[in-house]
Design a protein around this ligand. Sequence first.
Ligand code: MF3
Ligand code: CO
Length: 252
Amino acid sequence: MITIKSAQDIERMRAAGKVVEDTLKRLEKSVRIGVTTEELNRVAEEYIRSRGAYPTCLNYNGYPKAICISVNEVVVHGIPGPRKLKDGDIVSCDVCATLNGFVGDATRTFLVGNVAEETRKLVEVTKECFYKGIEFARPGYRVSDISKAIQSHAESHGYGVVRELTGHGVGRSLHEDPEVPNFYSPRARQRLEAGMTIAVEPMITLGSREVWQLDDGWTVTTRDGKPAAHYENTIAITDGDPILLTCSEALV
Ligand code: MF3
Ligand code: CO
């Protein structure tokens, strides 16, 4: 069931979303060669709590850390630990925060030092996929119109679109209906309506789109070991342009 948020609900989601956005800015400043993903997790957790919010991922279905940190071939749900970032890595930080009963969810993929040109392009196009997708985030379109726009932009560059994970509704819970796939699915036929709030999150691979789930029950990696990028914002559907709840950047 898709819940429609009131104007007041959306204001609360904006507040949760701002905590997420500001946490990602803090993380960006902390990303450097030699830092461990555990240290980045600590920066994020302390910052989220300092804002009076709760790191939604912590204990979510038993997830053990405050945020997800996914390096290079890790697509999503990497568990922070002793891995040190090195020159040329890319690192996706997926941050969720709950404030006043509402959740914000966003991801950025950061560059570490000198990243190969083809990988930098992957990161850039993954962000473009998000913006291509949300051109259809308005009443009258279907969820699958967002999906198709993301898929066609990624595939026009020869990239892979991960099938096993999708975007999702978000609100009082982290994962609500509808599913928001990054590829065309006939199931995603729901019509978008003002007051829906969704996380749109392209997960795009440089090589094959096939992934593995590691034995830790969380970490998802590419099968071919090539890098993957991830870009995500929580958005609200309105009668006009969508509101980006986790990003104050102007729409481009
Ligand atoms: N943004 C991630 C998602 O939508 C958050 C995962 S939190 C976790 O799946 F606890 F499940 F890892
Ligand atoms: Co999400």
